[in-house]
Design a binder for this molecule. Structure first.
Ligand SMILES: [Ca+2]
Ligand SMILES: [Ca+2]
Length: 622
């Protein structure tokens, strides 16, 4: 099967896209057809068909299942080429609770292959899995390649590719958030390009956050030849530099290769970029935990933890190009020593310096159980809560750092990647889902911030998180603002109200307002206020969602009847509203409600004008 087909059917009269400014939704499923309407009940087959239909602010929901790619002709699985709007991206989201898998094991052209090719601006991809990119010719292939600006790649899992997992070739202000990249190995290069994450753009402001790289054949994270600034933060890296699943050496094996222009350095005319590596964890990499890689300019290594890398902090720079690195609040322990090859720059207030004059031992940490790093992510996609290398109560590493501009608790920052105690700036949730076919949806109340708050379809009012869209067929859609919760959820189709979104900094939506009805949808669809998911009334009578719990399921309902009330969870991340499928709304027919998204993307760090810069990569080993 080749979902990527040029034989798109144009001119379909019955496309579900409403000709209004309101955000529309489309659906893609492995069982779909590109000549279908793109609705929940009649989905498209390809993401690109969804892209063709979508405009800025719209959401293309990608249903779970395996999207197979094969043959010897195509070279790209999914080509993202349509830009969204400024701060109003086109969203390509996995349908809640499902995992779309893009499988390239059988796509074998005699050319370089790309899984997800993002050569555009202002799109947001979330929840996809890419596996099995094959390398038939020398040179890089890519599981996920970015050649554009202001894109968000979130909760994407790229693995077992004969290629780097994620690779920013060009562009600026992209965010790779909560992604995993593992067991990638490019056999035709001896594993020398199989990095987990690569930031190699001449455009600056690219950020990798909340990510994990393990068992990749080359490096976990690699910034070589990046003339634009790159930041990697709150990310982990281990067991890189081997053929996956073995202890056979392959590529370079740095956990974080934080720069470099080669040896000897060939510095761009504009000077070397400043990169930042902070709050990161590296262990068991084949060569180094944190590596300067001949970088002639400045790299900030702040609050990182390295354990059991052969060299924990190797700041190698070349003669004539003293490093000038800023190295603060880091912890090195286990095998591999502390710091080596520092030539210029300052390494102060790290675990091996005096001050602070601490003694690092196993008792400083809750545990040293490396396997905890592989635990499943939390429901919102963030890294799992682990004890590994987190400071134990009473550790003398607590409050021994200096202020480097990062949040901290207590009297001072701690040493290492994980601050102990509560840090005031909470992390937000990701999604607040809208009411589906319900009548009244209750949104979240307190909880973490949402990146996305969804409104109901067919509802009356939908308020989302940051840029929440209103319910389809509804009347009013208000948007939230940064950090603000969705206040009112949207009504379901045929229903009355679905619940709103969440927020960016801790407060979620509060109440979902009702819609009107005429349809027979549920009465109440609840949104999440809660910890993880609150689901609303699903065509039922009164489904109540969890409050403050993990999942609140709504009532599933009575035959033919509408749901009555589902109440949302309260507290953090995702709220799924009522699922009143049965109802038909005024002016709508046949189809029940659906989870609708009104995404407020809290992409504060990404705002800004797109700056495309083509990056001519030096032809050398990364
Ligand atoms: Ca502290
Ligand atoms: Ca590399």
């Amino acid at each position: 099967m080749k979902p990527k087909s040029l034989a798109w059917v144009f001119g379909i009269a019955s496309l579900a896209a409403p000709l209004t400014a309101r955000a529309a939704e489309y659906y893609v499923a492995p069982t779909g057809s590109d000549s279908a309407a793109g609705s929940m009940g009649a989905p498209f087959a390809t993401v690109e068909r969804g892209q063709q239909a979508a405009s800025a602010g719209d959401t293309v929901w990608i249903r779970g299942g395996v999207y197979m790619f094969s043959g010897t002709s195509d070279t790209i699985a999914v080509s993202f080429s349509k830009a969204g709007g400024t701060n109003n991206p086109i969203k390509y989201f996995a349908y809640p609770g499902e995992t779309p898998i893009f499988d390239l094991y059988n796509l074998k052209p005699q050319q370089r292959v790309t899984g997800l090719d993002v050569h555009t601006n202002w799109i947001h991809i979330k929840g996809l899995e890419v596996r099995g990119v094959q390398q038939q010719v020398t040179g890089d292939c890519w599981s996920v390649r970015i050649q554009g600006s202001n894109n968000v790649i979130e909760q994407v899992n790229a693995h077992h590719g004969q290629a780097p997992g994620f690779f920013i070739t060009s562009g600026s202000n992209n965010l790779i958030l909560n992604c995993d990249s593992h067991e990638n190995y490019d056999p035709l290069e001896g594993g020398g390009n199989g990095d987990g994450f690569g930031c190699h753009s001449s455009g600056g402001g690219n950020v990798i956050r909340g990510c994990r790289a393990w068992s990749n054949s080359d490096d976990g994270y690699d910034f070589i030849n990046a003339a634009g600034s790159c930041t990697v933060e709150q990310s982990w890296s281990w067991s890189n530099g081997y053929q996956p699943g073995t202890m056979t050496a392959a590529g370079n094996g740095a956990g974080f290769k934080a720069g470099g222009y080669g040896s000897p350095p060939s510095v761009p005319s504009g000077g070397a970029a400043t990169h930042t590596v902070r709050q990161c964890l590296a262990f068991r990499n084949r060569a180094q935990g944190f590596y300067g890689n001949h970088h002639p300019g400045r790299i900030n290594f702040l609050n990182n933890t390295a354990i059991n890398n052969p060299a924990n902090f190797n700041m190698l720079s070349d003669s004539g190009f003293p490093s000038d690195h800023v190295i603060r609040n880091n912890v090195a322990t286990g095998t591999g020593g502390n710091i080596s090859n520092l030539n210029g720059g300052t390494a102060t207030n790290n675990s091996w310096n005096t001050p602070p004059g601490v003694t690092v031992s196993a008792t400083d940490f809750i545990n040293q159980t490396e396997s905890e790093a592989s635990m499943p992510r939390k429901a919102d996609g963030s890294l799992p809560d682990i004890g590994f290398m987190h400071l134990a109560a009473g550790s003398d590493l607590i409050d021994k750092g200096v202020d480097v501009g990062l949040p901290f608790s207590g009297s001072a920052p701690d040493l290492g990647a994980f601050e102990s105690g509560a840090v005031s700036t909470g992390t937000g949730g990701t999604t607040g889902a809208g009411g589906r076919g319900g009548t009244t949806g209750t949104a979240g109340t307190t909880g973490g911030a949402g990146t996305t708050g969804a409104a109901g379809r067919g509802g009356t009012t939908g308020t989302a998180g940051t840029t929440g869209a209103a319910g389809r067929g509804g009347t009013t859609g208000g948007a939230g603002t940064t950090g603000a919760a969705g206040t009112t959820g949207a009504a379901g189709r045929g229903g009355t109200t679905g619940a709103g979104g969440a927020s960016a900094t801790g407060s979620a939506g509060t109440t979902g307002a009702a819609g009107s009805s005429a349809g027979n949808a549920g009465t109440t669809g609840a949104a999440g206020t809660g910890v993880t998911t609150g689901s609303g009334g699903d065509n039922g009578t009164s489904g109540s969602a969890g409050t403050g719990v993990t999942t609140g399921a709504a009532g599933t309902g009575v035959s033919g009847g509408a749901g009555t009330s589902g109440s949302g969870g309260s507290t953090v991340t995702t709220g799924t509203a009522g699922n009143g499928a049965a109802g038909n709304g005024p002016g709508e027919s046949g189809e029940g409600g659906c989870a609708c998204n009104a995404g407020g993307t809290n992409g504060g760090s990404l705002f800004g004008l797109a700056l495309m810069a083509m990056f001519v990569r030096l032809r050398r080993r990364r």
